[in-house]
Design a protein around this ligand. Structure first.
Ligand code: ASP
Length: 368
């Protein structure tokens, strides 16, 4: 009635596109929505977003959002322009990949994993290749991944020969009934999974070796406080939080940890609820002094503030970063089911990028 043929065709086209995207994401997710664990937190897809149902905006366009971090330990502002440019380009590349995947209708957990894998292979960041050196001069890698609407999650700590720790964390999530596998056991699990393995030296880079040498020099005369020369020495991690077009959230985090760590030290990155968390309302990935993020259960605390105190994702994130954590502890990225992104940090800078289908787009290192 009163509707032109063009309007009808357009409406049918929109509906068909949405159904296709929904079907595609269900297939990509391998039907995991009901399986594996956790009953979710009782919030349906996209609920609470004020933006329509199932990640679809009222205007019919699919709603998605993504944020990425490359760690809270950044270059000095005075660093050579070439170096700054290279970091920005890496973040731009990761953001472009995430955006393309989301526009194709990929599931949040797959997008988060793909972005983190990409950054693990980028020697500029402290995860995978380019990981920090332990006190003994090796690399021990930590990672975790979580899917919000199912509360399914997986993590590995202290792995030394797995090319992609986040890939192994995903397998823990998908193929075991456990959440966190550590050290030799995680390596044995990797043996059975046919994942790519490398010699530990594969993760070496001259820059991180230089930081390790600097750390050793500082150790020679030093208390632990003196270890912490530049922020770059202290921090570094990569993470990605995603809201997909079905209204599902996911978070992934991967790190080489802190330079000079010893005794099998494990940071917050593989600890669900500390460095990584996702539920039906928010997805969070943290970076900074892991011990502080574990102590305050930062990622889960953020989700609780949103759920129980009714705070917005930004209010909750800022409260944790500026009121609970101490200056210079680090920062986090978070996204909610309505597509809002928050990226607060209390360090000098934080490599970060974000985009959403609402036209948000940023790539930043410091307060610009
Ligand atoms: N949070 C990581 C850890 O403590 C390091 C970082 O994010 O920079 O292992």
């Amino acid at each position: 009635m009163g509707m032109s043929a063009t309007t009808l065709t357009k409406a049918a086209w929109c509906l068909a596109t949405f159904l296709l995207v929904t079907l595609a994401s269900t297939l990509v997710m391998g039907g995991c929505a009901g399986g594996g664990g956790g009953a979710g937190t009782g919030v349906g897809s996209g609920a609470g977003s004020g933006s329509g149902v199932g990640g679809v905006r009222r205007d019919g366009a699919a709603l998605w959002a993504v944020a990425i971090h490359g760690g809270a330990g950044t270059l000095d502002r005075g660093a050579p322009a070439e170096q700054i440019k290279a970091y920005r380009a890496a973040l731009e590349g990761a953001l472009a990949e995430a955006t393309a995947r989301l526009e194709r209708g990929e599931a949040a957990v797959d997008v988060a994993q793909a972005v983190v894998m990409r950054l693990e292979d980028d020697a500029k960041f402290n995860a995978g290749v380019g990981a920090a050196f332990t006190a003994e001069g090796g690399h021990e890698l930590d990672a975790s991944i979580m899917e919000g609407h199912t509360l399914r999650c997986g993590a590995v700590a202290g792995v030394t020969t797995v090319r992609s720790p986040i890939g192994l964390a995903r397998l823990v999530m998908d193929r075991t009934r456990h959440v966190l596998l550590a050290g030799a056991g995680a390596e044995r699990f990797a043996d059975g999974m046919g994942v790519a393995r490398v010699r530990n030296a594969h993760f070496d880079t001259p820059r991180r070796r230089e930081m390790w040498e600097q750390w050793k020099r500082e150790q020679a005369g030093a208390t632990s406080a003196a270890i912490m020369g530049t922020p770059d020495v202290r921090f570094g991690t990569v993470g990605c939080v995603v809201l997909d077009v079905r209204g599902h959230l996911a978070s992934a985090t991967s790190t080489g940890g802190l330079t000079g760590k010893r005794w099998g030290r494990v940071g917050d990155s593989p600890v669900i609820g500390a460095g990584t968390y996702a539920d039906a309302r928010v997805a969070v990935s943290c970076t900074g002094t892991g011990e502080e993020f574990i102590r305050h259960g930062v990622a889960r605390a953020l989700a609780s503030r949103v759920e129980l105190a009714g705070e917005s994702v930004d209010e909750a994130a800022r409260h944790l970063v500026f009121k609970v954590l101490k200056p210079d502890d680090g920062g986090l990225i978070a996204v909610d089911a309505g597509g809002s992104i928050s990226t607060p940090y209390n360090s000098e800078g934080m490599y970060r990028a974000g985009a959403s289908s609402r036209g948000v787009r940023f790539v930043s290192i410091w307060q610009e």
